[in-house]
Design a protein around this ligand. Structure first.
Ligand code: ATP
Ligand code: MG
Length: 287
């Protein structure tokens, strides 16, 4: 396949994947385009195939052989020759902060990926200092990772990725084990880095409110297939589908429906919490 420069930083075409010893494919005919600089939420119930998709994107897993299949990341087709290069471009933060540490200190840990890539010592030191600064963990550089809080551990994991200067950050339920403040602060950090460096973010999440607030695009995965994709508000408006696959209804929709039931008519175009608050304030001032 000839790869042409494209607005899409990631493209998957006709991707199938079957785990060894498994009779059923975990993924069937996945077609997915992700725009450069966008924030994509991947949602779907447990076991639907979300993590498998991300492992295919950075070559941790290879798709089933199929003539029409290809995976392109940043204008390079994923192959044995490009996989290491592509892994430098795509960093994944996993759910459990305790499973992602290898260094004896926070700084060692952030340096680990750079060491592996043979980055020269002085350059490595500079990058580690900078990455820790970016995630607000400078004062913990010599701390033992095991003594950090869950949120701090995820910051260090993000620093380890930033140090490699990726183009895509994948959060695989990276905030699921944090309390609401920890979650909020990690998402704010990722949003800031995204805007500063034009990073592309892919976030696997069960938090539909995160999808509504931060994502440009939502991908609904169900039983190894993509069931829907598009603008978050439009996707979540399909309540029948959301209910059918057992996903939670976003807070804004729940609230709107309750207000409508209480006789307060809310126009269709009110689709964010901010707009709803403004609308209700206006309504109040005219009453
Ligand atoms: N290493 C493996 N070997 C065999 N089957 C696997 C393996 N990892 C995942 N699977 C199966 O592949 C399917 C998709 O799993 P995957 O981890 O991608 O789902 P997920 O959507 O990320 O789920 P969760 O929300 O629980 O993280 C599931 O049926 C799962 O049991
Ligand atoms: Mg998963």
């Amino acid at each position: 396949m000839k790869v042409m420069a494209s607005n899409n930083i990631i493209s998957l075409k006709h991707v199938y994947f079957t785990y060894p010893n498994s009779k059923r494919p975990a993924l069937s005919d996945i077609n997915l385009d992700i725009k450069r600089g966008s924030w994509t939420s991947i949602i779907g119930h447990n076991g639907s195939g979300k993590s498998t998709i991300t492992r295919l994107i950075n070559g941790l897993l290879l798709p089933d052989e199929n003539q029409n299949t290809y995976i392109v990341v940043d204008n390079q087709e994923l192959s044995d020759d490009t996989v290491w290069n592509i892994r430098d471009k795509v960093g994944i933060v996993f759910q459990n902060p305790d499973n992602q540490f290898v260094g004896a200190t926070v700084a060692d840990d952030v340096a680990f990926g750079l060491e592996n890539r043979g980055i020269e010592h002085n350059e490595m030191k500079t990058r580690v200092v900078k990455a820790l600064e970016e995630v607000g963990m400078t004062e913990y550089a010599t701390a033992e990772p095991s003594n950090l809080s869950g949120g701090q551990k995820q910051r260090v994991a993000i620093a380890g990725i930033l140090a490699i200067r990726p183009k895509v950050i994948i959060l695989d339920e990276a905030t699921a084990m944090l309390d609401p403040n920890g979650r909020e602060s990690i998402l704010r950090l990722v949003k800031h880095m995204k805007e500063r460096d034009n990073l592309t973010v892919i976030s696997i999440t069960h938090d539909v409110n995160e999808s509504i607030e931060l994502a440009d695009n939502v991908v609904v995965v169900n039983d190894g297939k993509i069931l829907a994709t598009g603008d978050p508000i439009k996707v979540f408006e399909n309540q029948a589908m959301i209910n059918e696959i057992g996903l939670e209804e976003p807070f804004i929709f729940e609230l709107k429906n309750k207000l409508i039931k209480a006789g307060i008519n809310i126009p269709l175009e009110i689709d964010t919490e901010e707009k709803l608050v403004n609308y209700l304030c206006q309504l109040n001032s005219t009453m």
